[in-house]
Design a protein around this ligand. Structure first.
Ligand SMILES: Cc1ncc(COP(=O)(O)O)c(C=O)c1O
Length: 394
C-alpha cells in the first residue's frame, strides 16, 4: 500500500518517517524498496532481542498451530510457564498478564488503590512516562501528555526525579504507593540515583506504601540485568513490564510480591487477551534466549563499548552535553534539538530516536555487536559534522 492511502485510513496520531518497513532480522530492517537500515531503536524499546529472533519465531509458529487463544477461565500452559520464569528471576509472588505497558501500570494502580481504602494517592515523578490510558497518562509527570484530556483522575502527585528532600517532604501515611521508572526513558534517559532508590524503598516501608517500579522500557535485559532494579540492593512490591517481554508480540504484565497477591480477586481485574498463549510462548522464548545466549553479559559489554565511543565523541564536540544511562539504555544529551541528527542518520540508513527534544536515545538490540556500534558511531559523527556545518535543516 502506498503511504498516501495509509494516511487516508489510519488515524494520524504519530509523526511517521516516510519509510515502509517490510522485513526485519536482528538489528537490520528493510523497507519496501529493498533498502537495508541498521535499527538502533528496534520496536521503540520492544526489540531487545532484535527483529524476528529465531527462537521467538519458532515458539510462535509452534503455538499458532496448536491453539491461538485460550480464555482466562481455563488454564493455559504457556501463561503458567512464563509466570514461573518471571517469578524465578525476580521475587516470590505472582504475575498478572495484560497486553501493553499502559495496561500493566493501570493494573498496578488498581491494585494499590484496592489495598487500602484510606490510602489513594500515588507519587510519581516529573518527566516520567507510564502510558496512554487515562490513569497511566495521569501518572505520567509530563503536562504535555495531559493536555486536553481532562477531567483526569485524582490521586497523583509528582516529585522531581532524584530529589530526595522533596520526596521525603511529600511522603505521609496517606500515600498508597511510589511509582517510577529506574531510568526515565521518554523523560530523557535519566537514571534514578541509588540514594533516591534506597530512600524510596525505606519511605514506603515506614509509611506502609507500596513501591511500584515501571520496567516497561528498562526491563528484559536492557541494562545488563534482567530488570534494572537488580542493580540496586532493593526489591519493588510491584514490578510492571511489557515491550520486549514478547519479542515483538504484544504483551504486558505485572509481578506482585506474595503478601499482596490476594488483593485482586476473581472479578476485580481482568483482560480477554492477557496471558494469551501465543504472546506467552514468545515471552518464554525471549527469557530462555536471554539466558542461553548470555545476553545480559553482552548488554553490559556492548553497553560499556558504546558508552566509551559516545564519551569519546563528547570530548570532541561541545554540542554534546552529557552521556547518561546504564547498559544498553544510553542517552546523548545535546545542546541543540536532535531531530535533524535523527533525519541525517535516517538518510544514512541508521534508525535512531530522539526523546525529550534534545536526547538521542540509543537502545540497540542486546545481542548487538561492536561492528554495528562502530558503524552507528560513524554515522552519528557524520550527522554532527553536517549539523555543525549547515545548522538546522528543518
Ligand atoms: C516506562 C514506560 N511505561 C509504560 C509505557 C507504555 O507502554 P505501552 O505503549 O506498551 O502501553 C512506556 C512506553 O513507552 C514506557 O516507556
Amino acid at each position: 500500500m502506498d503511504q498516501k492511502t495509509f494516511d487516508k485510513y489510519v488515524l494520524n496520531t504519530y509523526t511517521r518517517q516516510p519509510i515502509t518497513i517490510v522485513k526485519g532480522q536482528g538489528s537490520a530492517v528493510w523497507d519496501d524498496k529493498g533498502r537495508e537500515y541498521l535499527d538502533f531503536f528496534p520496536g521503540f524499546g520492544a526489540g531487545n532481542l532484535g527483529h524476528c529472533h529465531p527462537k521467538v519465531v519458532e515458539a510462535v509458529q509452534k503455538q499458532v498451530t496448536e491453539i491461538i487463544h485460550v480464555p482466562n477461565v481455563y488454564y493455559n500452559n504457556a501463561q503458567g510457564e512464563l509466570a514461573k520464569l518471571i517469578i524465578e528471576n525476580t521475587f516470590d509472588g505472582q504475575v498478572f498478564f495484560c497486553n501493553s505497558g499502559a495496561e500493566a501500570n493501570e493494573g498496578a494502580i488498581k491494585l494499590v488503590r484496592k489495598r487500602n481504602p484510606s490510602k489513594k494517592t500515588i507519587i510519581t515523578l516529573k518527566d516520567s512516562f507510564h502510558g496512554r490510558t487515562i490513569a497511566a497518562v495521569t501518572a505520567t509527570g509530563q503536562p504535555v501528555y495531559h493536555d486536553g484530556f481532562d477531567p483526569l483522575p485524582g490521586g497523583f502527585e509528582y516529585c522531581e526525579a532524584n530529589n530526595v528532600e522533596m520526596l521525603k517532604s511529600m511522603m505521609n501515611d496517606g500515600i498508597a504507593a511510589l511509582m517510577f521508572e529506574p531510568i526515565l526513558g521518554e523523560g530523557g534517559i535519566v537514571p534514578i540515583t541509588p540514594e533516591f532508590m534506597m530512600t524510596a524503598r525505606q519511605l514506603c516501608k515506614d509509611h506502609d506504601a507500596l513501591l511500584i517500579l515501571d520496567e516497561v522500557q528498562t526491563g528484559i535485559g536492557r541494562t545488563g540485568k534482567l530488570f534494572a532494579y537488580q542493580h540496586f540492593d532493593i526489591e519493588p512490591d510491584v514490578l510492571t513490564m511489557a515491550k520486549s517481554l514478547g519479542g515483538g508480540i504484544p504483551i504486558g504484565a505485572f509481578a506482585v510480591k506474595r503478601q499482596y497477591c490476594d488483593i485482586l480477586k476473581p472479578g476485580s481485574h481482568g483482560s480477554t487477551f492477557g496471558g494469551n498463549p501465543v504472546a506467552c510462548s514468545a515471552g518464554v522464548a525471549v527469557l530462555k534466549a536471554i539466558a542461553d545466549e548470555n545476553l545480559l553479559e553482552n548488554a553490559t559489554k556492548m553497553g560499556d563499548y558504546l558508552r566509551e565511543k559516545l564519551d569519546a565523541l563528547k570530548t570532541k564536540y561541545t554540542i554534546i552535553k552529557e552521556i547518561r544511562g546504564i547498559g544498553l539504555m544510553l542517552g546523548m544529551e545535546l545542546t541543540i534539538p536532535g531531530a535533524d541528527i535523527v533525519q541525517h542518520c535516517l538518510k544514512k540508513k541508521v534508525l535512531l530516536n530522539c526523546t525529550h527534544k534534545t536526547v538521542l536515545r540509543l537502545m540497540p538490540a542486546i545481542n548487538v555487536t561492536k561492528y554495528k556500534i562502530d558503524r552507528v558511531i560513524k554515522v552519528i559523527e557524520d550527522a554532527i559534522n553536517t549539523q555543525l556545518a549547515w545548522g538546522p535543516q528543518s
